[in-house]
Write a protein that binds this ligand. Structure first.
Ligand code: AMP
Ligand code: ZN
Length: 118
């Protein structure tokens, strides 16, 4: 079910342009518009789930999102070198879009994460 006001639902529907990297029956993956690493791709479930907790209520789709993240890493050629999968939740994590999404980051040595500047 799509949410009419949701940016990522609009991207999935093709109403807002995106650069597709991978897709499956249940997922869509596209390049982040403001990349934080050489490779920065977002994987979203096609169904609108507000956050990771809601997505976890649909374990099959959660698994599909994680599998799609790994497929993205393989397709981008960063699987062997290593990559990071991240779900941001809430204000302290800097979350801005309320359609559950998995960040796939890699393609270069990543910093530590936690406090700003670490
Ligand atoms: P988060 O901070 O975890 O909510 O992540 C939201 C991500 O969506 C950020 O990394 C943004 O750069 C990214 N983003 C926002 N708008 C777009 C867009 N139109 N296309 C691609 N990525 C976007
Ligand atoms: Zn949505």
């Amino acid at each position: 079910m799509a949410d009419n006001d949701c940016l990522f639902c609009k991207i999935i529907a093709g109403d807002i342009p995106s650069t597709k990297v991978f897709e499956s029956d249940t997922t869509y993956a596209f390049r982040d518009i403001n990349p934080q690493a050489d490779v920065h791709v977002l994987v979203v479930p096609r169904t609108h789930y507000e956050d990771a907790e809601a997505l976890a209520g649909a374990p099959g789709e959660l698994a599909d999102v994680i599998s799609a993240g790994v497929a993205v890493a393989k397709r981008e050629g960063i699987e062997e070198a290593g990559f990071r999968l991240v779900f941001n939740t809430g204000e302290h994590a800097g979350r801005t879009v309320f359609h559950a999404h998995l960040h796939v980051l890699g393609g270069e040595q990543l910093g530590m994460f936690g406090r700003p500047g670490h």
